[in-house]
Design a protein around this ligand. Structure first.
Ligand code: FE
Length: 344
């Protein structure tokens, strides 16, 4: 696109997440969506790499015949089977579907950071699989072989139809809703629901003193993912303000329906990971946990809660309560910078 010559400054009031009128996507200032800049700075302060975390104890425990039960090994493998491809799906959506439609340079700054973080997460899973000497081709192919993973991933990928099309453009009500649907599905469902029973499994291991290096990797990932989710929620709520016409009653009902479908997919996945329950967590507990976090996601964008259930895993609450997130991050960042281990 040629540069439009002129001395007239960009009018910040025309800046929008999508469909910005002064669609200057290279001029960071004047900045309007400061939440994106804040998220970018937090992401930088939270920077980490998988190779900085010791996997020695996990290697010993994985090799030992006495530490892990067959059910625990299967749960760990299935969760990794989901994780290993999930962040690549998220990264592709950011880079190939999402980025080019965003007309806010500050939001683009954060998306660049987010895309890199998704790569770090895929690296972390690769590092766990390699460290433990697991069968890479088995774990990385599970999304095509294990129904409960396949069903979640194909549910998500269905929403790329249209957005991935080279000819897709925002600017009509139909297409803006299509874009917002993609944002809701990726932020609220993929990053906000589909990761969370797997997170809970990993912290279940950690609470037993098992595979704690892997769990520490996942803690850093969850810290990043909470930021991705927060950023997505901020974008949804900003688009609602900038273009209230897209947030129709029908559209709201549609998003609620999608979240309810996702909840079923997620607890079906959890039931397959734990056919007999584990660490005091069983299928009923997971169902309730997933319903609880789904309500939080709905609330965060002003949609009605659907389940009204307590959090059955209160030890996860620190991480999922977005109000506490700032403290959560501050504690972690300090500990990380001093090289200490993450503790809940
Ligand atoms: Fe993410």
């Amino acid at each position: 696109m040629p540069i439009s010559r002129g001395e007239k400054p960009v009018n910040i009031n025309n800046r929008r997440i999508i469909n910005g009128a002064d669609a200057d996507v290279v001029q960071l200032y004047p900045m309007k969506h400061t939440f994106a800049w804040d998220a970018y700075m937090v992401g930088n302060a939270n920077h980490w790499l998988p190779t900085e975390i010791s996997m020695q104890k996990d290697i010993e425990q994985w090799r030992s015949k006495d530490v892990l039960t067959a059910d625990e090994r299967q749960a760990f493998e299935t969760v990794l089977g989901f994780f290993t491809t999930a962040d690549s799906i998220a990264a592709n959506n950011v880079v190939l579907a999402f980025y080019k439609h965003i007309t806010s340079p500050e939001c683009r700054m954060y998306l660049l950071r987010q895309g890199f973080e998704e790569a770090i997460h895929t690296h972390a899973y690769q590092y766990i699989v390699e460290s433990l000497g697991m069968d890479e081709s088995k774990i990385f192919n599970m999304y095509r072989e294990v129904d409960a993973i396949y069903n979640k991933d194909s549910f998500i990928l269905d929403f790329n139809d249209g957005i991935f099309d080279d000819n897709f453009k925002t600017g009509t009500l139909e297409n803006d809703q299509k874009f917002l649907e993609n944002l809701c599905v990726f932020s609220l469902i993929m990053e906000g629901i589909f990761f969370y029973s797997s997170f809970a499994v990993m912290f279940g291991f950690q609470r037993q003193g098992k595979l704690t290096g892997s769990a520490e990797q996942i803690q850093y990932i969850m810290r990043d993912e909470s930021q991705h989710l927060n950023f997505g929620i901020n974008m949804i709520n900003t688009i609602k303000k900038e273009q209230p016409e897209v947030w129709t009653k029908d559209f709201q009902n549609h998003i609620v329906d999608l979240v309810k479908k996702a909840v079923v997919l997620e607890y079906t996945f959890a039931a397959q990971v734990f056919p007999r329950g584990i660490f005091g967590m069983n299928a009923d507990g997971f169902k309730q946990y997933i319903e609880h976090i789904a309500d939080r996601r709905l609330e965060s964008v002003g949609l009605p809660v659907q389940y009204g259930v307590e959090n059955p895993f209160p030890w996860m609450s620190e991480a999922i309560d977005l109000n506490k997130e700032k403290n959560f991050f501050e504690t972690r960042v300090t500990e990380y910078k001093t090289g200490g281990a993450l503790e809940w």
